[in-house]
Ligand binder design. Structure first.
Ligand code: IMP
Length: 348
């Protein structure tokens, strides 16, 4: 098998980073294919903790090429921060590439994310990282791709279109308006520093598969947060499923071989929305503390529930898992009885 895809089988935070890190040993290429810095995982290497939100954990292994693919939305400020942190730790970055077609999150996308949440009757509980607004702009054909971001002329032209569009809404809500010159000045150093990493990643991945290299696709979030198949509208704005890999990476669907579903031995969810097996008792508190169930990105305490087999079967239906990796089983040590949700009833 030439490709392995790691998919969150629940609502995210299943421990995908750990499994990716384990599989990274045999990977020649590691690819993030959707989402942005709403994701996050902490990696401990030689006793030192590293928090990554955009760059795959494979960056610590100098042999694998690490790719941020076109299906991602990338905040250049956040990416620069992560790269600087790695540089300061003497971790080389010459095996990192970023898709020229990946869309860009700018500060006003974050402002819009917060504004929309404040207006909504039922809050999604987003990470406020600008993910939804950046994907909205992409679908509305108002987005900015990396290749245009690093081109000063194209970037200035984009700002001339997008600033009046956003400022109309910001003005109506009494929010500070976007200033073109300030933004140009803030972005100029990033345009320069990121330019060498921007590549046609679809062709690079295609060539790697053709050359019989092992490619690992790392999903962020989880199946139930999928825009298409999740608990809409309490979802993220991308599709963290196996079927989304080809379109978000730019390879043929027939290239998807092994699909590993990652599930915890219990369930967690961050943010609002349905959670049939949720518990709110002392056991939930114990699991949260023992499992360190606090978000890497926002620090929020995750909601806790029992393992939900109905939900997992649905995730399998969507993704066609060839393997399952069960994580965090040890967190349930000492809890008796351990419950598993095997069916739902509505109103009795
Ligand atoms: P957004 O992706 O920031 O727009 O947030 C949409 C929903 O997805 C919210 O409920 C978030 O809490 C959730 N979410 C986004 N990223 C993650 C993640 O990496 N783990 C768990 N939940 C996430």
């Amino acid at each position: 098998m030439k490709t392995t895809t790691v998919i969150g089988a629940q609502w995210g935070d299943e421990g995908k980073g750990k499994i990716t890190d384990y599989l990274a040993d045999i990977a020649d290429v590691i690819v993030r294919f959707q989402g942005g810095n709403n994701a996050g995982h902490t990696i401990v290497i030689n006793g030192k903790k590293y928090a990554l939100h955009l760059i795959p954990s494979g960056i610590f292994r100098q042999k694998a090429l690490n790719v941020l693919a076109q299906g991602m939305v990338i905040d250049p400020f956040a990416l620069d921060e992560e790269m600087t942190m790695l540089n300061n730790e003497q971790i080389g970055l010459d095996h990192l590439v970023v898709s020229q077609r990946a869309h860009v999150i700018l500060p006003f996308h974050k402002t819009m994310d917060t504004l929309i949440e404040s207006i909504r009757h039922e809050k999604v509980g987003t990470t406020a990282r600008g993910i939804g607004p950046a994907y909205t702009d992409k679908a509305a054909r108002l987005g900015l791709r990396m290749i245009e971001f690093i081109d000063p002329k194209a970037f200035a032209a984009y700002l001339d279109t997008i600033i009046p569009y956003y400022n109309t809404m910001f003005k109506a809500h009494g929010i500070d308006l976007i200033d073109k010159q300030t933004l140009l000045k803030q972005c100029a150093p990033l345009q320069q520093s990121l330019a060498p990493y921007i590549k046609d990643t679809s062709t690079l991945i295609h060539q790697a598969i053709q050359a019989d290299k092992h490619v690992l696709f790392e999903g962020a979030q989880g199946t139930m947060l999928c825009l298409e198949h999740g608990t809409y509208p309490f979802v993220t704005s991308s599709s963290p499923t196996a079927a989304s890999v080809p379109i978000n990476v730019g390879i043929a669907p027939s290239c998807i071989d092994r699909v590993i579903g990652i599930t915890k031995a219990y369930t967690t969810r961050v943010g609002s929305g349905a959670f049939p097996s949720e518990i709110n008792d002392d056991i939930a508190k114990t699991i949260a503390i023992k499992g360190h169930e606090f978000g890497t990105t926002t620090g929020r305490r995750r909601r806790i529930g029992w393992l939900d087999i109905v939900q997992l079967k649905y995730a399998h239906q969507i993704n066609g898992f060839t393997d399952i990796a069960l994580t965090l089983l040890d967190v349930l040590s000492g809890i008796d009885p351990i419950k598993i949700c095997v069916g739902y009833t509505l109103d009795g």
